[in-house]
Design a binder for this molecule. Structure first.
Ligand code: GUN
Length: 282
C-alpha cells in the first residue's frame, strides 16, 4: 500500500480562509479586531522564526498583533509585569509566551500569570483541567492541528486504537487526551516504554511527538495506519520527522510529511483559538 499524503499546508489554508471570513465579519459588523500578543525572551533562532511566523500569519488574516522581544537576561519579574499589562489590554484577546524560556525564569509561574481567558496556547492549569474533564476550553494548538488533519482522512476515531509516542505537556499528553475524548483507546508511550514497537504496531492511528528523527520504521507500523508526524528535528540543516518517511509511506494508509504536515496547522489553530477568545470576551 502507498499512503495518501496528508497536505497540512492545504488543510491549514482552508481553515485560514474560513477564519478570514469570520475575522472580516468581526471587524466590519462588530467593530472588533482580534488581537494577539506574542512574547519572546532571548535569541533562540528557532523560537524567533516561530514568533515571526505567528505575527505574520495574524497580519495576513487582518488580525492585530503585538510582538514583545525581551533580552535573554530579562528578569522573571519584568516578564510577569509585561504579562499583567497584556492581561489588562482590551485590544489583546490572546497572549502567547514562546517556550522554552531561559533557565532563570520559572515557566510554570509565567503560565499561571496569563489570564486563562487569553491563554490561547491552552497551557494554563485552569484550561488544562477543564480540557481534561471535558469542559470547553482552549485546546493546545499542535494537538488540535493533529485532530484536524486526522479528520480530513474521514476516519472515525471512536473505537480506534491510537498510540501516541512522546508524553510532553505541549504535545503528547494533550494529544492523548484529545484522542480519548474522541472515543479512541489510547496508549501513551514515553522514554521509559520497554517495547515501543509492540505499542506502535497495534495502532490504527499513530501520533509521533518524540523528537527522535527516523525513530519509526515500516516494521513498527500497522498496514494501512494513519501516521501523524509531529517531530521536527534539524539534521544537517534539514527538518526531519520521527518517521522514516520513505519506508513508512509504503505501508501506511495516510501519512504527514515533514515539513508541510503538522507544522502549518499549529499556527492556524493558534489563530483559531484567538478568534474563539474574542467570541468569549464579547
Ligand atoms: N514552543 C514550541 N511549541 C510551542 C507552542 O505551541 N506554544 C508556545 N508558547 N511555545 C512553543
Amino acid at each position: 500500500m502507498t499512503a495518501k499524503i496528508i497536505d497540512g499546508k492545504a488543510v491549514a489554508q482552508d481553515i485560514r480562509g474560513k477564519l478570514k471570513q469570520e475575522i472580516d465579519h468581526m471587524i466590519n459588523e462588530q467593530g472588533m479586531t482580534p488581537g494577539l500578543a506574542v512574547v519572546l525572551v532571548g535569541n533562540n533562532p528557532a523560537s524567533e522564526a516561530y514568533v515571526n511566523m505567528k505575527a505574520k500569519a495574524c497580519q495576513e488574516l487582518g488580525m492585530y498583533s503585538e510582538k514583545h522581544h525581551l533580552e535573554a537576561d530579562t528578569t522573571e519579574q519584568a516578564l510577569l509585569d509585561l504579562i499583567e499589562k497584556l492581561n489588562g489590554k482590551a485590544d489583546i484577546h490572546g497572549i502567547l509566551v514562546q517556550l522554552p524560556l531561559p533557565e532563570h525564569i520559572d515557566t510554570t509561574k509565567v503560565i499561571l500569570t496569563i489570564d486563562p481567558k487569553k491563554d490561547v496556547d491552552g497551557f494554563h492549569p485552569i484550561n488544562t483541567g477543564n480540557f481534561h474533564i471535558g469542559i470547553e476550553s482552549f485546546i493546545p494548538c499542535t494537538p488540535y492541528g493533529v485532530l484536524k488533519l486526522i479528520e480530513t482522512t474521514g476516519l472515525d476515531i471512536a473505537g480506534k486504537d491510537v498510540t501516541v509516542v512522546g508524553a510532553s505537556n505541549l504535545v503528547g499528553k494533550p494529544a492523548a487526551m484529545l484522542m480519548l475524548q474522541e472515543g479512541a483507546t489510547v496508549t501513551l508511550c514515553h522514554k521509559m516504554t520497554h517495547d515501543l514497537a509492540l505499542h506502535t504496531q497495534k495502532a490504527d492511528i499513530l501520533i509521533l511527538a518524540a523528537g527522535c528523527p527516523g525513530l519509526i520504521t515500516a516494521g513498527m507500523v500497522k498496514e494501512g495506519a494513519c501516521v501523524i508526524d509531529v517531530g521536527t528535528t534539524k539534521v544537517a540543516g534539514k527538518l526531519k520527522g520521527d518517521v522514516d518517511f520513505e519506508t513508512v509511506k509504503e505501508k501506511a494508509g495516510w501519512i504527514t510529511p515533514v515539513p508541510g504536515g503538522v507544522g502549518p496547522m499549529t499556527i492556524t489553530m493558534l489563530l483559531y483559538n484567538t478568534v474563539q477568545a474574542v467570541k468569549q470576551a464579547t
